[in-house]
Design a protein around this ligand. Structure first.
Ligand code: PEP
Ligand code: MG
Length: 584
């Protein structure tokens, strides 16, 4: 996608204009705007290909190049974004697409038109399938746009060609464009479309960037215009007056300075410890976790080692990869989650039929039913690492299974992991069935970790990728909070650790609720940690308990959050901009 480069800023030359949208996360930024131009389209009068066979070769090469570049970007990133990019790359390599393109070439269309028409046919089929499959139309279109741009020779002044720091604006941000963002240059993201839980929001959270979505008219603003983005307020001010620029910059610097001051272990104001752990997928993430003085890793997503590969990694390759995370964390807890793939996150070497409801299909721990070797190899690799550690460190390697629904699954996994020499074994609680039976589950395990992302999805029967269902996916929904509370209560009753590693743990206000309920650890993206640390340290355990009590008593998500806000320290609310953000 092309980018219109900023040429000049315009402080004070035009009256400011305030555009509003939905703020995602917190934070403020001021910088010139870069507008990502819409991708080039096949010209309406494109002549038909003179030689369809040669045209097809060119098109195939374009698809290959796009697929390879997406796969390379996936490999260079992590987390949800890497998954999205990998899935997009696999679409570029789909041979069925070329068959369809060939048909359109034979019908007399030009190359770019043939690709556009073929992609449209696939998009219709994906939309007809509905649900999560339909969401992949965005990915398909992003592949189409890149291939068409190559065919038309319109590929791209990229963002990295632009000097200085800037705010990125786009109609929506395709995963492939998001992957190109350099967090040292991009200071905020603004889009016209997208939901607060959509791709853009995921990427912004991962990069720790302020973001406002659903801002009508942002792409019509001239490139280079100075804008002040306030994610807490959900506003973008064009041509902000100099005093606003000064105030916004001062606020950003003050927040950064205040957050940087505290690097101590997580604890309440009265000194009750709550371990602050990091969610990571790569060695780079682990470095970021070290930078924010995380007390360990609360969720190592091992998927990244597997996605994009044509064959399963060997036990030795796995051990090497896990060592890359364990070594920088020596002396600290590392919770390794076994593979959470299957269904809509297919692996090329997994021979699995497609499923009508992938989110409800064979994913996570359920893969043991069909491919037991995968889990066995992971546990063998981890067990070997544990066996090679000094005695004092062996208790630091914890392992947990994703998508556990029954006590039987928990017991089987625990037996298996312990047989491989891993001493501390647990499960994610992200299926309502597991939360409802948390006491029984914990009787089999040493700990559990609540995955609020999937727990919200399955409790509310709302696809976690669906931006238009964001009200249902709100993590303050009473039903979700009830299940979180029930799970933590089981841990408190049995004297076993219950952590939270979904997005809830990275929200400073929700963190107070979780601490008040008795969560023993909070695990989040490294970017979220300083604000959570500050919020927890500013409140006593008694105050956190009060917050939890009033929140659990609320009948809807907006009321729950507003009540938490009402009891939170006003200085923290002001500093972190918590008051103006959120669904209420
Ligand atoms: C969750 O579901 O909350 C979770 C942490 O796991 P993931 O986001 O990887 O599904
Ligand atoms: Mg999950």
């Amino acid at each position: 996608m092309a980018a219109d480069a900023p040429e000049a800023t315009t402080v004070g030359q035009r009256p400011p204009r305030v555009l509003t949208g939905i703020g995602v996360g917190r934070g403020v930024a001021v910088a010139p705007l870069v507008v990502l131009a819409p991708p080039p389209r096949a010209p309406a009068d494109e002549p038909s290909a003179v030689d369809p066979a040669t045209a097809l070769e060119r098109i195939e090469a374009a698809f290959q190049a796009v697929g390879s570049s997406l796969a390379a970007r996936a490999a260079a990133t992590d987390g949800a974004l890497a998954d999205i990019l990998d899935a997009t790359a696999s679409m570029a390599h789909d041979p069925a697409m070329l068959t369809a393109v060939r048909r359109h070439l034979d019908e007399g269309h030009g190359p770019a038109t043939a690709v556009t028409n073929a992609a449209a046919g696939f998009a219709d089929a994906l939309r007809a399938a509905g649900g999560r499959v339909a969401d992949r139309v965005t990915d398909l279109n992003s592949v189409r746009d890149r291939v068409v741009a190559r065919l038309l020779g319109a590929d791209t002044p990229a963002l990295h060609d632009i000097d200085g720091q800037f705010v990125v604006a786009a109609v929506d941000l395709a995963p492939a464009d998001a992957a190109a963002l350099d967090p040292s240059r991009v200071v905020a993201i603004v889009t016209e479309q997208g939901g607060p839980l959509g791709h853009t929001a995921i990427v912004a959270g991962q990069l720790g960037l302020p973001c406002v979505v659903q801002v009508a008219g942002i792409t019509a603003v001239d490139a280079g215009t100075l804008v002040a983005v306030d994610a807490s307020a959900g506003t973008v001010t064009t041509d902000p007056p100099p005093e606003q620029v000064v105030a916004t910059t001062a606020r950003r610097d003050e927040v950064a300075r205040t957050l940087a001051l505290d690097t101590a272990p997580g604890a309440t104001a009265d000194g009750i410890g709550v371990a602050l752990l990091a969610n990571v997928g790569t060695v780079d993430d682990t470095r970021r976790a070290v930078d924010v003085t995380a007390e360990g890793i609360g969720l190592l997503r091992t998927e990244l080692l597997f996605t994009g590969r044509q064959t399963a990694p060997t036990v030795e390759e796995q051990a090497e990869a896990y060592r890359g995370v364990l070594d920088p964390m020596a002396g600290k807890r590392v919770v390794v989650r076994t593979l959470d793939v299957g269904a809509d996150k297919p692996l090329p070497f997994l021979d699995r039929p497609s499923e009508p409801n992938p989110a409800l299909g064979v994913r996570g721990v359920r893969l043991d039913r069909t491919h037991p070797q995968l889990e066995a190899d992971q546990l063998t690799a981890l067990g070997a690492l544990v066996a090679g550690m000094p005695e004092a460190d062996r208790d630091d390697v914890w392992v947990m299974a994703p998508m556990v629904a029954t006590t039987g699954e928990a017991a089987r996994f625990a037996d298996e992991a312990r047989a491989h020499g891993i001493r501390t074994v647990g499960a994610m609680v992200e299926v309502p069935a597991a939360a409802l039976r948390a006491h029984a589950l914990l009787a089999e395990l040493d700990f559990v970790s609540v995955g609020t992302n999937d727990l919200a999805q399955y409790t509310m029967a709302a696809d976690r990728m669906a931006g238009d269902l964001s009200d249902l996916l709100d993590l303050w929904q009473p039903a979700v909070l009830d299940l979180v509370a029930r799970t933590i209560r089981a841990g408190v009753d049995l004297g076993k650790p219950v952590g939270v590693c979904g997005e809830s743990a990275g929200d400073p206000l929700m963190a107070l609720v979780l601490v008040g309920l008795g969560a023993s650890s909070l695990s989040m993206s490294p970017a979220a940690m300083p604000a959570v640390r500050l919020a927890v340290r500013a409140h006593t355990m008694e105050r956190c308990r009060e917050v939890a009590a009033v929140v659990l008593d609320a009948d809807d998500a907006g009321t729950a959050r507003a009540r938490a806000l009402g009891l939170a320290d006003p200085d923290v609310v002001g500093l972190l901009g918590l008051g103006r953000w959120g669904p209420e």
